[in-house]
Ligand binder design. Sequence first.
Ligand code: PGA
Length: 240
Amino acid sequence: MYFIANWKMFGSLNSLNSLNKVIKFFKIFKKNKFLKIVYCPPTTLLGPMAEIFKKTKIDIGAQNCHEQDSYGAFTGSVNSKMLKNIGAKYVIIGHSENRQRGENDKLINQKIKSASRSGLKVIFCIGETLNEKRKKITKKVLNRQLRLGLSKIKSKNKIIIAYEPVWSIGTGLIPNASDLYETINFIKKKIRKIKVLYGGSVNPKNIDYLKTINNLDGYLIGSASQNSKKFIDIIKKRYS
Ligand code: PGA
């Protein structure tokens, strides 16, 4: 079961102090064999975080990468090879906040290929907007995102899907259990043996509800993951 922390554009060197709590918790947590914690901080904190987690089983990941894995004149960009070099094992690709800023399925596909070539595991985000949900075209949208995003990618064993309905990100809203179960099933039927996570407003309060959806392989957690206590609470409650 994955618990992936997405810090987005938050966090300073000071924010790293509270990670000791998470390290301690993970060491003594009896069910730690069954869980994988991955922190995806902003790029500026990848190096310092790699140092902090060096002797632990907690992994780090980036929140995006350039579509080209060789070096080049791309001011402001970071490629998958550079991320791997600094100690990242994962990268989030296709997050709706980046899709909304213009990343399309084709670019996302190039990024996934580039990350895979560099040996990173990809957390590939898909999800429908509120408008698409209202129009009842969720499956059609997910189908397109999966088909184009994973086009010409034969080996999918380093890819994890994060289903994040756009309307649930940062809103406090979550899908109802039967809809979510059905959507996760739909994704798993499309892509055999793939791990599927849920993301969108996961917090210590709604995890009791979310854990009843038993086809999920974990969670991608945004705002609640910036608070170590809340993040730990989510994990504890998931296993209680
Ligand atoms: P949230 O973000 O938990 O703050 O809703 C989740 C995400 O965007 O990955």
